[in-house]
Design a protein around this ligand. Sequence first.
Ligand code: SME
Length: 156
Amino acid sequence: MTDRKVFFDSLTKSIDEVLKSKKNRDDKLKTVCRLLKENVPHYNWVGFYLVDKKKQNELVLGPFEGEPTEHVRIAFGKGICGQAAKLEKTFLIQDVSKETNYLSCSANVKSEIVVPIFKNRRIAGELDIDSHALSPFTKEDKTFLKKIAEMTSELF
Ligand code: SME
């Protein structure tokens, strides 16, 4: 097992405790963002987007940790988040400067991973992480974040 896997396994346990706690939904999601951002050096902005229940084809920013972003609503298909929502697929972008359909939040951001969150087999939201490092994400990050997305799906 790699060190990163061991570390992610222990972080998964802490996140599981938060999700089992009596906090309200937004507090739980915000705490998950904080735990991810504080414990993983290459996670510099961590946030949840929620599918707008009325419009269904738009994402709304939910709890997050990091610099405020102007992208509080994102149409399906727009940027990495919108593409991930439309195609219902994880997007792992190791170098955002190579992307043509990308919404920039800050010039410091070099890479991004967006993992869809499904509820009753339909997309309900996503977990979005920006990094200030180039190519920082490994397959362990992807597996770990898919697991966290799955664990939070009951809150959507
Ligand atoms: N970069 C994203 C926009 C959201 S921010 O990362 C917080 C995108 O291209 O969809």
